[in-house]
Ligand binder design. Structure first.
Ligand SMILES: C[S@@+](CC[C@H](N)C(=O)[O-])C[C@H]1O[C@@H](n2cnc3c(N)ncnc32)[C@H](O)[C@@H]1O
Length: 191
């Protein structure tokens, strides 16, 4: 049993304010979403996926925690809430317009493989949106310690480190937006 299995019942309450802010940023940056196929990797309880569905996106959500997925299935059809590992996506290549990874990359032990998988499943010209915590921030350093206490990997990167990794993996047209002292959003494309 991992941390998210235990935390799932409280997750949405705890994250409500952050989800509202993150949703607003993502909707603005990913518009127009109507009719677009979106994959939310490490999508958790589906709170952000639901916001994208509301504006007409068709969202698939993948998560490794059955407890988090159980909640995602309240807002997405069962066949679009998928149990799995971000490092081995059970989807064909070139099939999504958008892949998003929100507050999740730092939880993935195999970050480089996850980025390769995101590139594989995106359509040419498709968008990868990664929103995560910047390890340069003092608050994030504290968060990292707390996450390690509950045995999460806490592999936060700086925006510069993630930009370098994305470029190495073949993503292009990088755009970085600083959301707050602790968070950034990096948008990039599959060539
Ligand atoms: C902090 S939550 C973020 C959930 C959602 N993206 C959000 O912003 O509310 C991180 C999620 O990543 C999932 N996760 C961790 N490792 C994973 C992996 N290897 N593959 C898929 N999901 C994973 C966890 O189960 C958890 O639901």
């Amino acid at each position: 049993m991992n941390f998210f299995s235990l935390f799932a019942p409280f997750y949405d309450c705890f994250m409500a304010a952050l989800h509202k802010k993150q949703g607003k940023v993502l909707l603005a940056r990913l518009a127009p979403l109507s009719g677009r196929k979106v994959l939310d990797v490490g999508g958790g309880t589906g709170k952000l996926a639901a916001q994208l569905e509301k504006v007409g996106a068709d969202v698939w959500l993948l998560d490794s925690s059955a407890a988090m997925l159980k909640r995602a299935r309240r807002v997405l059809p069962d066949n679009r809430a998928v149990l799995g590992d971000a490092a081995s996506l059970p989807f064909a290549e070139d099939c999504f317009d958008v892949v998003m990874i929100v507050d999740a990359l730092h939880h993935f032990r195999k970050q480089e493989i996850v980025l390769e998988e995101a590139l594989r499943v995106l359509k040419p010209g498709g968008t990868l949106a990664i929103l995560d915590f910047d390890r340069k921030s003092a608050a994030v350093k504290l968060l990292s310690i707390l996450e390690q206490v509950v045995l999460e990997p806490a592999l936060m990167l700086t925006a510069e480190q993630l930009e370098k990794l994305l470029t190495q993996k073949g993503f292009v047209n990088l755009e970085t937006e600083i959301i707050s002292a602790a968070q950034y959003l990096i948008m990039s494309s599959k060539p």
